[in-house]
Design a protein around this ligand. Structure first.
Ligand code: AMP
Length: 215
């Protein structure tokens, strides 16, 4: 499948993407994971992106399109992809449309995962992430803690609170989402590609996506 997963930070895009990859081998592409990996590796991209990310601001569109132009042409995308956290602005959505046309790829759907803001705020404040950039497994200290406190079940690295998941940064990220990213759903609605799903459970969302795809 070739999907875009839209929705606020904390709406569950990453969890849904991971579940979907198991269904047909589509690959999850998270621009947030790619950027955090670059910050940890200390690359030029990471150095440029870090300040924006720590403040909860969006990284400039040109940097994101530079990443995605290469990433979408990698071999593993041929079996399908789930775009998680991209596009996040109208200019990114426009540039993606142009890029996909150039590559001869057509999207199946853009899924907007709709979750109430108070649920999202609570989720993000209690979310923890594996600090290993090759893992980045997600936990929640209330609903899904690791077996051993502070240690990733999957790779044994430390799990940490992201710099952009303090209360102030979260509030700012959600405001940025409302202003810049929420309109992207309208962009795909006009193209007849939008499917909105309200749901706080990833199983419900995955089910809704499969039904919408006719599976
Ligand atoms: P995420 O893990 O998707 O919440 O992304 C973490 C941070 O990375 C965001 O708050 C932005 O600073 C940056 N980021 C990720 N994806 C994008 C994007 N498509 N456009 C701009 N900034 C992005």
């Amino acid at each position: 499948m070739k999907l875009i997963l839209l929705g606020a930070p904390g709406a569950g895009k990453g969890t849904v993407a991971k579940q979907l990859t198991k269904l047909d081998g589509s690959v999850q592409i998270s621009t947030g994971d790619i950027l955090r990996g670059a910050v940890q590796a200390g690359t030029e991209l990471g150095k440029e992106a870090q300040g924006y990310m720590d403040r909860g601001d969006l990284v400039p569109d040109s940097l994101i399109m530079g990443i995605m132009e290469g990433r979408l042409q990698e071999d593993d995308c041929k079996s399908g992809f789930l775009l998680d956290g991209f596009p996040r602005t109208i200019p990114q959505a426009e540039a993606l449309t142009e890029l996909l046309t150039k590559l001869g790829i057509s999207l199946d759907m853009a899924v907007d995962i709709d979750v109430p803001r108070d649920v999202i705020f609570d989720r993000l404040c209690t979310r923890r992430t594996c600090e290993n950039s090759d893992c980045q497994a997600i936990y929640n200290i209330k609903s899904m803690p690791p077996k051993k406190e502070g240690i990733c079940d999957k790779c044994g690295s430390a799990i940490v609170q992201r710099a952009d998941e303090t209360e102030a940064a979260i509030a700012h990220r959600l405001d940025t989402y409302t202003e810049k990213t929420a309109p992207v759903a309208g962009f795909y609605e006009k193209l007849g590609l939008l499917k909105s799903i309200t749901g706080t459970s990833s199983d419900v969302v995955v089910d809704g996506i499969q039904k919408a795809l006719g599976n």
